[in-house]
Design a protein around this ligand. Structure first.
Ligand code: TIU
Length: 227
């Protein structure tokens, strides 16, 4: 057991690192780089870059501790049989899911844009969950993986705060997992939605979970190692 004391909102937490996983949501080129799905939706993708450095620091620390690290990717099969028509039909036909973009077909598995950015690229021992929806539990084996390893707490990073991060945390909360969103490791195309997304998680005594920053987590991990 590796227990750490962690400053968080709405209240400090005591967390067993051996029962914790780092879940990095959708840090894909399609969301973070020009020419992908995020930009096709009309967004300023540069806003998401702020989360990359803090994510990398937390990822390095988690790897150093041997913590389970799980990456997710949003996207669809090349034949798009798993893509709901109402999701595909949104927006300009030239930039829809499946349309050819500068990084291959937008949000299609196997295309360069669908893959995770090089800075946070998964190691061979780190499971990658390919998900068709916004939530990482919907139509995936994430819950099975976490239960098989006795995980009860998730540190959650990724993009976007109010869409895939929030949906995943809500799904996890209903399944009995304690979620801790790492505020500076998450980002949104809309700063006000980032703030609101975090506020919604920690409101009402932590209705969906807790929120802290990468620096607080790294300080707790260092304090544990020094003890
Ligand atoms: N558009 C947007 O904010 N997000 C997504 O479509 N997917 C994720 O958040 N991963």
């Amino acid at each position: 057991m590796h227990r750490v004391e962690l400053q968080a909102e709405p209240a400090a937490l005591s967390v067993d690192i051996d029962k914790s996983a780092l879940v990095i949501i959708d840090m894909q080129r399609d969301f973070l780089e020009p020419g992908g799905f995020g930009e096709a939706l009309g967004n300023d993708v540069s806003r998401l870059q702020a989360a990359v450095g803090p994510c990398r620091e937390v990822l390095n620390a988690a790897r150093g501790l041997g913590m389970l690290v799980i990456h997710t990717r949003e996207g669809h099969r090349p034949d798009m049989s798993d893509a709901p028509p109402h999701k595909v039909e949104r927006g300009d036909p030239a930039t829809r899911i499946g349309a050819p973009g500068p990084m291959g077909r937008i949000l299609i598995r196997g295309e360069p844009g669908h893959d995770i950015i090089p800075e946070l690229y998964p190691q061979a021992n780190e499971p990658v969950i390919d998900k068709p929806g916004k939530g990482a539990f919907y139509q995936t084996d994430l819950e099975l993986m976490l239960k098989n390893r006795g995980i009860d707490t998730l540190f959650v990073c990724g993009v976007t705060t109010e869409v895939c991060v929030n949906t995943t945390i809500r799904e996890a909360n209903d399944r009995g997992f304690r979620c801790i969103a790492l505020s500076d490791c998450c980002a949104s195309y809309f700063p006000q939605f980032h703030e609101a997304g975090l506020a919604m998680i920690k409101a009402q005594g932590g209705i969906f979970g807790s929120v802290t920053g990468s620096k607080a987590l790294l300080a707790s991990l260092r304090a544990r190692q020094a003890a």
